[in-house]
Design a protein. Sequence first.
Length: 191
Amino acid sequence: MRYVLITFIIAASLLVSGCSTRSPNSNFYLLENELSKTERTGSLRIGLGPVTVADYLQKPQIAIRTKTSQIKFSEFDRWASDLRGLIISSLQHDLANQLDTDNVFEYPWRRSDNIDYVVQLDIKRFDASFDESSAYLEAKMVLTSREGQSMARSFAITESLSDNSYAAAVSAERRLLEQLGQQIAAIIKQR
């Protein structure tokens, strides 16, 4: 009887301790945009979109690539919102700053918006690698003027991570989008 009582007490304490373990806290990330402190005075009108992203990016988990070409998704480090929407918002902000205009419209825009240039983007890769301490962006752009002249351009941009953390990966990915916005704006300014 004493053996049964001891066994019951041990089983009950294991059950209680097993129920009290907590999973790690989840972390949610945004691609932060700095607040604009100056008034934009330009009149250029940019249409951004459609913007598509690779299938593997259409998840809430942050993607980390390994040396063996595997993608790992963190269960506890996630995007706070739809990644495609975060990318569009960041690029709108960056293009507006680079081109000195408040007129960067997300697809679909109205006909009355009188767009000067349409920037279509296909994001093929947008991830980080802790093995290589870098973040990567590969994208293809089609730029079309109001007159219907089009040009295509591919981008492959790399950014170093400050450390191998998800926060550093997100920060590097934001800098990748800023570089992409700068390059797109430079092309528009040349036209």
